[in-house]
Every structure is written in C-alpha cells, then in structure tokens.
Design a protein around this ligand. Structure first.
Ligand code: NAD
Ligand code: MN
Length: 497
C-alpha cells in the first residue's frame, strides 16, 4: 500500500470521524447504561473518541442476537460458496478502507503507520481471504467401517463464539479468529481490547456492507473484567477464542468451569528464546534479526525474541553487532512513514516497561543499549529499545513477559545448556536457532518446547501453517486448516445398511 508522508497522515488524522459505539444485531448502539470510556492516543495524548463501555446487559443482548441468527440458518446453513463470497467481499471492503483502518490502528495503539499498512492490514486481508477460500474446499469424512455400516464424520459450526482479543495487533488477531469462525458458519461476538477498540468497531460496518446477516458479527467494546467476563461466564456462549495474557487465559478456564463448560481456546504469552551458536551462517544477519525480534512493534509482540541466548565464545562480538543493529530502531512519530518504532500503547504499559528496565538494573544486569524513555513527540509514550547483558535466566527481566522493547542477553556453553535455558520458562510460543550444523539444528528444533521454531531466521509464518503455543502459551492453533478445529464440532453418524 502507498505510505504517503507525515503531513498527509496528520491531515487525515485531523479529518477522521471515529465511531465509538458498540455494534449489535446490525446496528451501532450506545452501551445499555450509556456509559463510555475515553480513547487516548499514545502518540501525543490526544483524545480520539468516547467508546461505548459495554457491560453484562450488552453482552446478553448480543448473545441473543447471535443465537437467533445462528438458529435461523441464514448464515450458519448458507452454502459454503455463498459464505465465501460474502467474506471475500468483506476483504475487498477492508482493502478499500485500508488506509483509514491503518490510521485508526496507529492512532489507537501507537504502532508505526507503515507497519499498520504493510503488516496489520495486509495480514488481515490475507487471513480473511485464506479462510474464505478454504471453506468450500474442506470435505467431511467417511469412516472405514465394516460392511453393513456407513459411518459419517461431519463437522458442524459450534454456534455462538466470543472472540476476546488483545491490543498489539488488534485487527490481525481479530481476523485470525473471525476468518475461520465466520467461514464455518458461526455467529461471533468480538470483544476488542479496551486499549484498541477502533478498528474492530469500524470492521463491523464493513461486514454488514459485505452482506453478513445482522447478528452474525457483533462488536462489544469495553473492559475485560466487565463485558469480557460477562461473555466468558455466559451460559449461551459455546466457545471462547482468546488471544491475550496467560493470567487472563487461566481466568477464562475458571469462568468456563463456573458456567457451561464452554470450549476455551487460547493464544497466550511468550518469552521466546533466540539461540545463536558460534557457527551461525552469518552473524551480521543474526544480529539484525535479533534486534528486529525485540524492536518490531515496540516489542509488543507475543513472539518477541526477548531472550537472546548467545554461545559464550562469541558473546562480546555478537553483543557489539546487536548494539549496532539496534541503532536503526529508534522511536519516532508513528504517523511518519519512515518510523519503525512507535509509541507504547498506554500509560500503564509504559510504566510497566520502564519498571522492568529499573528492575533489571536492580537485579544486577547491565544496560548496554537504551534504558530510558524517549520523546520524539511531545506528550507521547515512547521508550528506547533496550538491551541488557549479564542476565541470568532467573532474573525477572528474563522470566516475565515484559511486552516492550527490552532484550535480555544470556550466555550458554553447550547445546545441552542452551536447551535447558530455552525451556526453563512456563511459556512455549516460539524459538529461533542459528547454526550451520544441520544435525544440531534438527536436534534443537525438536528439543525446544515451542509452537513455532525458526531456523536461521526470526518470525517465519504464513496462513498456510498453524500458529500457537505449547505449555502456558496456550492451546489450539490459529491459521491454517487446523484453526477450523476450534470452530466446529465433530459428529459421528452411524447408518445401518
Ligand atoms: P490481556 O490478557 O490483558 O487482555 C486480552 C483481552 O482479554 C482484552 O480484550 C481484555 O479486555 C480481555 N480481558 C481482560 N480481563 C478479562 C476477564 N477477566 N475476562 C474476560 N476478558 C478479559 O492481554 P493484553 O494486554 O491485551 O495483550 C497482551 C498479551 O497478549 C500478552 O501476554 C501477549 O503475549 C498476548 N498475545 C498473545 C498472542 C498469541 O498469539 N499467542 C498474540 C498477541 C498477544
Ligand atoms: Mn488506544
């Protein structure tokens, strides 16, 4: 997509009309209690909109609408080819409104406009289109039964799906759920993060324009402990699909147990090891990737390469290279297309990240890059990408998911030690391995407990491959045909012949 210049985006931002209401059963509505909360841009503290603060009654209303249309069959039983057509139209509309959506994303959560365009909007389009294209190509099964029996194995939409998503890639995370959920025929209630509700709200109108029947997609902005909890405890929600923190993921399991045992699928946190051996094919390239792995999206990435495990023999040389590489990642105005590090999403997160930077120093780690806030734009929330050396895996900066641009360098002396450190975490989302030794690469790839493993690169991924975590990084997978498992129930039908 075209990236324009800073003045263009500043003008567009001034001219923007922002919708802040909820979307229930095909129309924009205020929250039942008329409550709102403020949406403030981390770029410069500007007030963007007042957002509907949905609560229990709004959740109830949306669930009724979602259930009714699901049972009516207008979407759930529509021909797959028809659902495909509507979803492809939705993707076309997202593309047509791509610049507006990208701007909303950048204003709301502070990420660079170039990333909003080239990563977020592009990724959303790919996700919706891929799921739409899949739906009339997935076949059911016939079981290999004895003569006299016909065993049909079919998939049915689960019903009402509540999708609760985070703020770091608001539209992309939503689209990973919405694509397969809607393609399979479910009704969806999307609960965006209170920190980044704008694009989800806009998306609702586009879905209606694309021809999605009323009630099939509802959007409920509001707080997690209010409307999120109401959905998670609701007895008529069949499935929760979640992306967010491990702490909230665990809470959702409790809510499911306290209510109707709804299915809970989650993509949660990470503290991913990026493991560089002395025999890496190209240490400069590995250093560039290590910097990008913690600086991209301000480090607010579930798969951030936040633990850099470096073989002791190349430690000094490699830290020097990463230090150099991090110089090209500097906070700037997110509306400037040349900016590659934007603002931190909000005050709370900003203070949390700075708190960890202080803690790392208190724990005895050494700041070798960054270590402070930055002010490329007055009244904005910016932090210098920061690298700590002399980190022990037991320190808080190495153990906790910081979700900011803070890198911990840990050294190791053997393959076995690298594996032990890599797996010494409750998380298991991703891992990187840099080596020219083929057998070591395979051995490591098998040994690390992670849903995605990247060899001699960081952050490989595509709609064609599943994404998700081991251990406390979650269960189930987004993307690929495996994602459809979450949105369908398997039915075995036995016919006596
Ligand atoms: P979060 O867990 O605080 O919030 C996620 C969502 O849950 C938000 O919409 C929030 O409103 C809602 N929520 C909060 N409390 C709730 C409750 N009691 N009941 C129901 N819903 C509730 O996470 P976040 O800060 O928005 O996002 C950052 C986290 O997301 C990080 O841990 C990150 O690793 C994770 N994440 C994971 C992936 C992945 O695919 N594995 C991708 C992106 C982000
Ligand atoms: Mn925001």
């Amino acid at each position: 997509m075209k990236t324009y210049n800073l003045e263009h985006w500043q003008q567009q931002a001034t001219d923007l009309a922002i919708e802040g209401r909820a979307f229930i059963n095909g129309e924009y509505l205020n929250a039942n209690k008329q409550k709102t909360f403020e949406c403030i841009s981390p770029i410069d503290g500007r007030h963007l909109a007042n957002i509907a603060m949905c609560q229990q009654e709004d959740a109830d209303k949306a669930v009724i609408a979602a259930r009714e249309v699901f049972e009516s069959g207008t979407w759930s039983k529509a021909a797959p080819a028809k659902r495909k057509k509507v979803l492809l139209r939705l993707a076309d509309l997202i593309e047509q409104h791509g610049e507006e959506l990208a701007l909303l994303e950048t204003l709301d959560m502070g990420k660079p406009i170039s990333d909003s365009l080239n990563v977020d909007i592009a990724g959303t389009l790919r996700s919706i289109r891929w799921s739409a294209e899949a739906i009339d190509k997935i076949y059911d099964e016939v079981a290999p039964t004895p003569e006299g029996q016909l065993g049909l194995i079919t998939r049915e939409a689960v019903g009402v799906v509540a999708a609760i998503v985070p703020w770091n890639f608001p539209l992309v995370m939503a689209s990973w759920k919405l694509g397969p959920a809607l393609a399979s025929g479910n009704s969806v209630i999307l609960k965006p993060s209170e920190k980044s509700p704008l694009t989800a709200i806009k998306l609702a109108a586009l879905a209606k324009e694309a021809g999605l029947p009323n009630g099939v997609l509802n959007v409920l902005p509001g707080f997690g402990h209010e409307v999120g909890k109401a959905l998670a405890l609701h007895n008529d929600v069949d499935t929760i699909v979640f992306t967010g923190s491990t702490a909230i993921a665990k809470q959702l399991l409790v809510y499911a147990g306290q209510s109707n045992m709804k299915r809970v699928w989650m993509e949660a946190g990470g503290k991913s090891p990026n493991i560089v051996f002395a025999d890496a094919p190209n240490l400069d390239e590995a250093a560039q990737a290590a910097a990008g792995a913690i600086c991209f999206n301000q480090g607010e990435v579930c798969t951030a390469g936040s633990r850099l495990l470096v073989e002791a023999s190349i430690k000094d040389e490699f830290i020097k290279k990463v230090t150099e590489a991090m110089k090209s990642w500097q906070p700037g105005n997110p509306l400037d297309p040349n900016t590659n590090v934007g603002a931190i999403v909000d005050q709370t997160q900003f203070e949390r990240v700075l708190g960890y930077i202080n803690k790392g120093q208190d724990e005895g780690a050494n700041v070798c890059v960054g270590g402070d806030k930055a002010t490329p734009v007055a009244n904005g929330l910016y932090i210098q990408p920061t690298m700590f050396s002399e980190v022990k895996n037991s320190m808080a900066i190495a153990a906790d998911e910081i979700f900011g641009p803070v890198l911990s360098v840990i050294t190791f002396n053997s393959t076995e030690e690298a594996i032990a450190i890599a797996n010494d975490t409750p998380y298991g989302l991703a891992a990187g391995i840099w080596t020219t030794d083929l057998s070591k690469a395979h051995k490591m790839a098998k040994a690390v407990k992670a849903g995605s493993v990247w060899v001699n690169q960081w952050d490989g991924g595509d709609m064609t491959a599943p994404f998700g975590g081991f251990k406390q990084s979650g269960n189930g997978r987004d993307k690929s045909l495996h994602a459809f498992d979450k949105y369908t129930e398997l039915k075995a039908t036995w016919i006596k012949l």
